[in-house]
Write a protein of this length. Structure first.
Lengths: 271, 279
């Protein structure tokens, strides 16, 4: 049979392959999670320790006039969730580096799997990790005194923000991994995410912040995501005006980091 | 070859098992310290985070918590920066000491440690040299933190004697933490395990008064912070900054880490004896 007579259904197969390959790669990352738990445990333990340690150390800040909650753990738990979810996403960048160094990524690129699945697959895995991390931190946080102020609905923005930040973290980390191709990228992945999350109302609300940080907080889109995550845990009502900014930030940063990862993969494939 | 801590002295003269601080041992300690310092200087990517992060947190805290200094229980301070300096020093030294211990674990992993043991080098020099490198770095960190934060409004009420006491405190704390992490490195022989112990230091730091006064904490956090020796040494350092140089503050800032160092050096030497016994 000549090449011109090749079966036409191949295009249909290609259409379904993106989803299949994405699910397959997400499943592989999930299996790796159970086989190498030490790679994910820090992203699980760190936010728990952080929320407990911060709420204990900075307990007194709730005494500031106008502070939006009377429980310090309600203030710090969403920050810890975002940290955990962000680092869960960054962990996929570490996996990509291991695959690149071990040659497995070369074999992946030789398969007929659509290129986009090599980005979307790990991102799907990051979402699963984010759900696990968020659920764990919420359960432990509740044991330590955290309370949802507006009922179970308050969990929705927290999960949205957590999943969003995990996708952003994964996209950013994959993009760096594809460009650096070794563990030098690891420090940059962690440091940038850490800075982006701490240069917000991470520790105190904006009306308490003074000096240089105030200006940074106003322009940092991660602050909108943090506000979204905190909606269900603070006394003020959950309103759309406090919600949409976070959703826009997640969408914009998610699109940017996905494109960043996709372009990084393209340069890798050109080698 | 003897497998005691003192072991065989240079030149092949067997000792009775106790370390004798002959000039040659001192020279070895100096050489090993020099190697440790050069190793840190040649890999700035490893040590820069322990220099940058404490400064970043001090700057962040000064902006975020400046109004929080008005809450009941907070000591009288000109700014949160004055309050934060001691915590920044403790944080930097804790982070930096992990780097030195990880380098020791790497020496064990790649076989350099075994080559040192098989050479006529004093066992004490191998360990003390590594710790001396960490101590020099701890002193440098303390000085750099003070010098960098001075233009941003830091005021050390203890003056030059206060700064000198802070440097001594940072140096001895580096010895204490370096010895603890070295014990971990020698015992496990794994740089990953040594790095993995770092979160314990993080927890010890946050469950102390490094970033906020104990008087503002409540419940179990306050109890843990009361019992945590880091709280007391940090408060000694802090008093040198916000109250001025007093014998009480200087003694707390130096004797508490010294006491910890005695215990952790004993741990490190015990771990070394075990490793030598095992080999």
């Amino acid at each position: 049979m000549s090449g011109l007579d090749a079966p036409t259904p191949a295009r249909d197969v290609a259409d379904t392959r993106l989803l299949d390959a994405t699910i397959g790669l997400a499943r592989r990352n999930f299996v790796n999670l159970t086989r190498l738990p030490s790679a994910f445990l820090p992203a699980l333990i760190m936010p728990i320790v952080q929320s407990i340690a911060f709420s204990g150390t900075f307990f007194a800040i709730i005494q500031l006039p106008g502070f939006p909650t009377d429980r310090s753990i309600n203030w710090f738990l969403p920050l810890a969730v975002l940290m955990g979810c962000g680092f869960a996403g960054v962990g996929l960048g570490f996996s990509a580096i291991r695959d690149l160094e071990g040659g497995f990524h070369d074999r992946l690129r030789l398969t007929p799997a659509p290129r986009l699945s090599l980005v979307v697959g790990p991102m799907a895995s990051a979402m699963i990790r984010a759900v696990i991390a968020t659920t764990t931190v919420v359960i432990v946080g509740t044991v330590f005194g955290a309370r949802l102020v507006h009922g179970p609905l308050g969990l929705l923005p927290l999960y949205l923000a957590g999943i969003g930040i995990s996708v952003i973290g994964a996209g950013w980390a994959l993009g760096l991994a594809f460009r650096f191709r070794d563990m030098r990228a690891a420090a940059i992945m962690q440091l940038t995410l850490f800075l982006a999350l701490f240069l917000t109302e991470a520790q105190t609300p904006s009306f308490v912040i003074e000096g240089w940080l105030d200006g940074v907080v106003r322009v940092n889109p991660f602050n909108n995501i943090l506000r979204l995550a905190r909606l269900g845990w603070l006394d003020p009502d959950m309103t759309w005006s406090d919600t949409w900014g976070g959703l826009v930030a997640i969408s914009a940063l998610g699109a940017f980091t996905t494109a960043f990862a996709r372009r990084g993969l393209a340069t890798l494939s050109d080698q | 070859m003897s497998t005691t801590v003192a072991g065989t002295e240079p030149g092949g003269t067997a000792t009775d098992g106790r370390a004798t601080l002959s000039p040659s041992v001192s020279a070895q300690i100096v050489a090993m310290s020099r190697r440790a310092i050069l190793a840190l200087a040649r890999q700035p990517a490893l040590v820069i985070p322990s220099m940058i992060f404490p400064l970043f947190f001090a700057a962040l805290g000064t902006s975020a918590f400046s109004r929080a200094t008005r809450v009941p229980g907070f000591p009288e301070v000109d700014s949160y920066l004055d309050f934060a300096l001691a915590g920044a020093i403790a944080q930097g030294v804790l982070f930096g000491s992990t780097v030195g211990a990880t380098a020791l674990a790497t020496d064990i992993e790649n076989g350099f440690f075994d080559r040192l043991l098989s050479s006529p080098t004093s066992r004490v020099a191998i360990i003390v040299g590594r710790m001396a490198g960490g101590m020099a770095y701890g002193a440098l960190q303390t000085l750099v933190f003070v010098l960098v934060l001075l233009p941003f409004g830091l005021s050390v009420k203890g003056g030059l004697p206060g700064v000198a006491a802070l440097i001594v405190s940072g140096t001895v704390l580096a010895l204490a933490v370096g010895a603890l992490m070295s014990a971990m490195a020698i015992r496990t022989g794994s740089s990953e395990a040594t790095q993995g112990a770092f979160p314990l230091l993080f927890i010890a730091l946050f469950f102390s008064s490094s970033f906020f006064p104990r008087e503002t904490m409540s419940g179990v956090y306050a109890t843990i912070a009361d019992w945590n020796p880091i709280s007391h040494l940090v408060e000694g350092m802090r008093d040198l900054v916000i109250e001025g140089f007093t014998a009480s503050a200087a003694l707390r800032a130096t004797l508490i880490p010294a006491a910890i160092a005695v215990a952790t050096i004993a741990l490190a030497l015990r771990a070394l004896r075990r490793r030598l016994g095992a080999t």
